[in-house]
Design a protein around this ligand. Structure first.
Ligand code: 1CP
Length: 398
């Protein structure tokens, strides 16, 4: 195989299952059997009564530039080219799994993969991050947004399938997409913004048009997530609304949540048993959380878990626990720049507070960045596992 030099981790799976570039898609379409799930910690965190040795753990942006092997594989590669090659995408997804004791893999892709397929011309600049060449400037530009050509996203499902096979049931596979508001922000700002002035102009000046675009993104996102589960084998879904905190809760509830409801309802209609984690960054106020908690499709909750920030209030935590939903989070990633002492102390405080529910997944409050040190990341994981086990033992003894 062309990439055999770089596919160090995947190699065993490819050889064993005789997967090639040519037969991968056909195999995925005809054989959806996956290895038996032996590590069920993440899936169990969505149920109250499953057995429990410790809380599961994974980290947002766990595959990325802080890993030397990520830098190596990306050295001469364009970001989206890497995403579009299922073998490379799977290899990168597996890089953190290979070396850390973590319970989930999140597929190497981006929240901009979908808008790219919807007609946005996006490049990933090594310094600036995503840059959109044909951002939405006038209302008429909305007409440029189109439904993705189904072929254009098949590579994501191929990468998921390959990764799920390679995980051998030892970790849970997470699929994801950006939330309509965050994707819309990129579409109008054209890059990561500081002030979000264009987003706000659209939202408050062209409210109807903005809502139209949000609904459009929501519908396509739902289909994209359904396919990640049914075509690719994703076992859990996370929705990233990274820019949710840029507008007040009152506007988030009125203008943004209706499009999220479309996304969630359409997804749950097709995938009622797949746990879905919502990350509305900096919108962890009780009003917004309660709105999500009240959302159901029949008996099925539309949101199964919440990725929470480091400053979430006790009031919100209690509401989530009382509603039998899962908590994920919430260590400030900056703590990993600090001394071992502060890291251990903050991990201990986090576990004391959040492991009071059985439905808990250890994570950071935001993603790892290129300047994180691998050994500090390892310490965070080891310490979290140690403290989680200790907490569990203490609970049993008390
Ligand atoms: O391990 C993983 O998490 C890999 C999969 C992943 C995910 C879940 C990537 C790969 N990106 C994302 C989500 C994503 N992308 C979000 C939501 C989560 C968040 O809030 O961080 C956002 C806002 C983006 C947009 C994006 N992609 C940016 C700008 C925002 C930022 O943080 O600066 C940038 C720089 C990217 C590039 C990107 N995406 C993923 C990686 C590993 C990288 C870095 C590429 C590189 O440095 O070479």
């Amino acid at each position: 195989m062309e990439n055999s030099e770089t596919l160090k981790i995947l190699k065993e799976t490819i050889d064993k299952l005789k997967i090639t570039k040519e037969n991968l898609r056909e195999m995925r379409k005809t054989n959806k059997t996956f290895p038996r799930q032996t590590n069920t910690r993440i899936l169990d965190a969505f149920q109250s009564f499953a057995q429990f040795d410790r809380a599961p753990i994974w980290m947002m942006r766990q595959a990325g530039r802080y890993l030397p092997e990520f830098k190596e594989i990306m050295k001469n590669r364009d970001f989206f080219d890497a995403c579009q090659d299922p073998f490379i995408a799977a290899e990168i997804t597996l890089q953190p799994i290979k070396q850390f004791e973590i319970d989930a893999a999140i597929i190497f892709s981006d929240i901009l993969t979908l808008p790219k397929a919807m007609g946005m011309e996006i490049i990933m600049d090594k310094e600036k991050g995503p840059v959109i060449k044909n951002k939405l400037e006038t209302i008429d530009d909305i007409n440029r947004i189109k439904s993705p050509d189904p072929e254009s996203l098949e590579h994501v499902y191929d990468a998921l399938y390959l990764t799920r096979q390679a995980l051998q049931g030892k970790q849970t596979l997470i699929g994801f997409c950006g939330a309509p508001f965050t994707v819309f922000s990129y579409m109008v700002e054209g890059e990561t913004s500081k002030m979000f002035l264009k987003t706000k102009k659209w939202l408050y000046q062209y409210t109807q048009e903005t809502r139209k675009v949000l609904d459009l993104i929501a519908k396509e996102s739902a289909q994209y997530l359904i396919n990640q589960v049914k075509e690719g084998g994703a076992q859990v879904i996370q929705i990233f609304d990274s820019f949710a905190g840029q507008i007040p809760s009152i506007d988030y509830k009125e203008f943004v949540i209706p499009s999220l409801r479309i996304l969630l309802e359409e997804f749950k209609q097709e995938c009622p048993t797949t746990p879905l984690i919502m990350f509305a960054k900096d919108q962890n106020g009780v009003e917004v959380i309660l709105t999500f908690l009240k959302m159901y499709l029949g008996e099925t909750p539309l949101v199964d878990g919440f990725q929470l920030d480091s400053n979430v209030s006790d009031e919100v935590l209690i509401k989530i626990i009382e509603s039998d939903r899962t908590i994920q989070g919430n260590l400030e990633p900056g703590v990993l720049y600090g001394t071992q002492q502060i890291l251990k102390k903050r991990v201990s405080q986090m576990i004391e507070k959040l492991q009071t529910t059985r439905r808990y997944i250890i994570n950071l409050s935001h993603g790892l960045t290129p300047d994180h040190e691998v050994e500090k990341v390892r310490l965070f994981i080891q310490e979290s596992i140690r403290q989680s086990k200790l907490f569990k033992v203490r609970e049993v003894l008390e």
